[in-house]
Write a protein that binds this ligand. Structure first.
Ligand code: ZN
Ligand code: FE
Length: 256
């Protein structure tokens, strides 16, 4: 299997997985990069997986379905371009000989879902849309801090080796904030140097891994004493896990 991030717009990635003949894509906000990739490699598009309703993840769906006849999958509870197969917690998608489990991860949007495959050529794989980013998480447009914290806790329980396929290249700006929250985190300092080198060479920083995210991502580390201490300097009223997470997210929203 080949896993390819197709760049779209300014900082989106449309993830493509293919076996040399058949392909699936995740969150095609634009049809053209996908059509180009299909034609270039001589692939047939079998499935379109959508994580949430935002246009930068859905605007290419209709054109791709019409051009290829691919089956479209998406969240149960969001306004989506019809027709599609709607999925919720515990459902699964079987395509290209792979089985993707659906995990509901509300927070960025109310009905956001993620797709997890326990084994792609021996490695677990997660398509998480705008829920988890390298060193960051999605903005809370529709969900509550408690919902997003629970969603990230669910994802953080996936295996260390899970390849994390996020829908945006936000890594460097996220790392700048993470370094402000946890200046003493050596793994974070190390990875920041790696990420800068990748971007300087115009390479994607993704996929990330769950082990890396647990080590460097402040939004997966909001119960760490160093993170709690930093958050309380920003918002002295932050007390329990949810209010610390909420204050951390608010701090990031205001961070430049
Ligand atoms: Zn979004
Ligand atoms: Fe997005």
């Amino acid at each position: 299997m080949k896993l390819i991030p197709l760049p779209a717009f300014t900082d989106n990635y449309i993830w493509m997985l293919h076996d040399g003949q058949q392909a699936l894509v995740v969150d095609p906000g634009d049809a053209q990069p996908v059509l180009n990739a299909l034609q270039h490699a001589g692939l047939q598009l079998k499935a379109i997986l959508v994580t949430h309703h935002h246009p930068d993840h859905t605007a290419g769906v209709a054109a791709l379905r019409e051009a290829t006849g691919a089956t479209v999958y998406g969240p149960q509870r969001e306004a989506m371009p019809e027709p599609l197969t709607r999925l919720g917690q515990g459902d699964a998608v079987s395509n290209l000989g792979l089985r993707f489990e659906v995990i509901e991860v509300p927070g960025h949007t109310a009905g956001h879902i993620a797709y997890y495959c326990a084994e792609v050529d021996g490695t677990p794989l997660l398509f998480c849309g705008d829920t988890l980013f390298c060193a960051g998480c999605g903005r809370l447009f529709e969900g509550s801090p408690a919902q997003m914290l629970a969603s990230l806790d669910t994802l953080a329980a996936l295996p260390d080796t899970t390849q994390i396929c996020c829908a945006h290249e936000y890594t460097l700006s996220n790392l700048k904030f993470a370094g402000t929250v946890e200046p003493g985190n050596a793994a974070l300092t190390d990875y920041t140097a790696t990420a800068h080198a990748l971007r300087a060479a115009q390479q994607p920083t993704l996929p990330s891994s769950m082990l890396r995210e647990r080590r460097i991502n402040p939004f997966l580390r909001s119960r760490e004493p160093a993170v709690i201490e930093a958050v309380r300097r920003f918002d002295t009223s932050a007390a329990d896990a949810v209010s610390v997470f909420a204050a951390l997210r608010q701090w990031k929203n205001e961070f430049r």
